[in-house]
Design a protein around this ligand. Structure first.
Ligand SMILES: Cc1cc2nc3c(=O)[nH]c(=O)nc-3n(C[C@H](O)[C@H](O)[C@H](O)COP(=O)(O)OP(=O)(O)OC[C@H]3O[C@@H](n4cnc5c(N)ncnc54)[C@H](O)[C@@H]3O)c2cc1C
Length: 293
């Protein structure tokens, strides 16, 4: 007998795909109509790293967001009435931009081959399709008072990096290191990338493992003089190296740095999220040992 389960406290938000466009060989931009965005009181958007948890039906599920009766309570109904293997699968994505008046958002998806749920969904979804999500979360924006803001990340972090560039305090210099498969085929530049003092440096992977070329570029450039604010996100393995560079070797204050793994090589998001705490704890222990030696 199935044990009744508590429904989640919050309903999902509903989004309807209005358009998709391939903005780079490995990147698909999905335009979504999201009525909830119109309400600033219940949908706060005051950071540049806002993300949502998209709720996908698992492969073979008996339900879909395109079902006639799908509404914001669908995840609750599924969790209360269907076995665990039918429960929504969460994938985390940044809101690249939003328009409160229109009630719309843009999400940029890395298409990393046929693997996964979200990447293939973005590559094949068509206007009219619906998806639910939880959120938004987010906790960072570039601040005035720093001598330079430095961004570093791979394609998965590019949407948050570019939203950050577009919100830079006027007059604050910034450098963004963005790793892409091929530096000759970069992503669309954000607004304000041409501002005086704003540099976007494309770091080509050229077949290397994700993150290694980014680590090389950032560490080779060194830590600029003055007070620096950092936003560093992307593949987990790169985070380990750049944390060491910033905190152990560079002595950058932790409060000036936002740094985390967005995904991990060889792990689906569920596995990465479940192991992230241990991964971070091991890194922090290694940093403490290195700092004390
Ligand atoms: C706060 C936050 C914000 C994020 N914002 C974005 C965003 O705006 N755009 C975006 O594309 N991603 C973003 N990500 C990363 C995204 O959540 C993961 O890449 C996620 O694993 C993709 O889900 P999937 O179903 O496509 O692949 P999964 O089923 O999770 O993974 C399948 C396989 O693909 C590999 N894989 C996953 N991501 C990548 C990748 N980027 N490149 C190469 N291989 C990969 C995995 O290692 C695994 O082997 C964000 C993550 C976080 C935590």
């Amino acid at each position: 007998m199935t044990t009744p389960r508590k429904r989640p406290d919050r309903p999902a938000h509903l989004a309807t795909v209005t358009a998709t466009e391939r903005t780079a060989p490995d990147m698909v931009r999905v335009h979504l109509d999201v009525p909830a965005v119109r309400d600033a009181a219940t949908f706060p958007l005051d950071q540049t790293d806002h993300y949502v948890k998209l709720l996908f039906p698992p492969v073979g599920a008996s339900w879909s967001w395109d079902d006639d009766d799908a509404d914001a309570d669908l995840p609750g109904r599924v969790r209360n009435t269907l076995p665990r293997e039918e429960w929504p699968v969460m994938r985390t994505y940044t809101l690249r931009s939003w328009d409160r008046d229109e009630g719309s958002v843009i999400i940029d998806f890395v298409v990393h081959g046929d693997a996964g749920i979200a990447g293939p969904w973005a590559a094949s979804v068509t206007p009219g399709s619906r998806i639910g999500f939880m959120g938004p979360g987010g906790a960072w924006h570039p601040e005035a008072g720093y001598d330079r803001v430095i961004f570093a990340g791979d394609e998965a972090a590019a949407p948050a990096i570019f939203a950050g560039i577009e919100a830079l305090p006027y007059g604050t210099p910034a450098t963004a290191y963005v790793e892409v498969a091929d530096a000759g085929e970069p992503l669309p530049l954000p607004v304000r990338a041409d501002d005086d003092g704003v540099d976007v440096v494309w770091v080509g992977r050229d077949g290397a493992t994700h993150g290694t070329e980014l680590v090389r570029a950032v560490t080779a450039a060194g830590i600029p003089a003055g007070r620096t604010q950092w936003f560093v996100h992307g593949v987990a393995e790169m985070i380990r190296d750049l944390r060491r560079f910033l905190f152990v070797e560079g002595g950058v204050p932790k409060e000036d740095v936002s740094i985390s793994g967005y995904w991990r090589l060889g792990m689906v998001e569920d596995e990465w999220q479940a192991s992230k705490r241990d991964f971070n704890r091991e890194i922090e222990e290694a940093e403490a040992a290195a700092a004390g030696s």
